[in-house]
Design a protein around this ligand. Structure first.
Ligand SMILES: Cc1cc2nc3c(=O)[nH]c(=O)nc-3n(C[C@H](O)[C@H](O)[C@H](O)COP(=O)(O)O)c2cc1C
Length: 165
């Protein structure tokens, strides 16, 4: 299923969380297998992303309908999406009922990412514009980056560059 409510929870050990409504087939599957994978896709696959968020795997084979391909994961016995630029494979270590959604906590067991797309600044956004959900049927990709600096940092960098010339 498409999931927007996904977040990092811990760096060391690496852990992630996702909030899933109990009505989702995915909720049942993760509950049974105790494993899940996050698949990160670019806007190139927007029709597939939207389809997987609107239709249920209870009613149809979403891989076939969305024209996505299932491939073996590195560590877990759950398939991942071949078209994704990165996969985060997780084992379920906790589940919290907080309201109408349940928070699934995953221990990260393996990750795979396209080396050419993950660089110093995390992702080469020009080549891999990730799909960000902005509400209803609307999505956005980042087209401009802003660099934040602490007071004095920019001047210090300029002075450093000047001294190296
Ligand atoms: C962009 C988008 C983001 C979504 N994010 C979530 C989410 O974080 N949690 C959730 O429970 N459902 C979310 N949904 C809804 C599920 O993806 C949707 O109900 C899906 O059909 C469930 O599929 P399944 O029954 O095969 O698990 C989202 C849907 C869209 C379109």
């Amino acid at each position: 299923m498409t999931a927007a409510w996904v977040m990092p929870l811990s760096l060391d050990p690496p852990r992630v969380g996702l909030a899933i409504h109990p009505s989702r087939f995915t909720h049942e599957l993760i509950g049974k297998s105790e494993y899940f994978a996050l698949n990160i896709l670019t806007v190139e696959y927007l029709p597939a992303i939207h389809l997987c968020g609107m239709l249920s795997g209870r009613d149809l084979d979403k891989f076939a309908r969305a024209e996505l391909h299932a491939v073996d994961a590195l560590e877990i016995d759950v398939p991942v999406i071949e078209e994704a630029v990165a996969h985060i494979e997780c084992g379920l270590i906790g589940r919290l009922s907080l309201g109408d959604h349940d928070l699934f906590v995953g221990d990260v067991l393996a990750i795979a990412a396209d080396d050419e797309l993950f660089g110093e600044r995390w992702l080469q956004l020009e080549e891999a514009p990730l799909a960000h959900h902005v509400g209803a049927e609307w999505y956005a990709a980042v087209s401009r980056l802003y660099r934040a600096r602490l007071p004095g940092e920019e001047e210090a960098e300029e002075a450093q560059e000047e001294s190296e010339r």
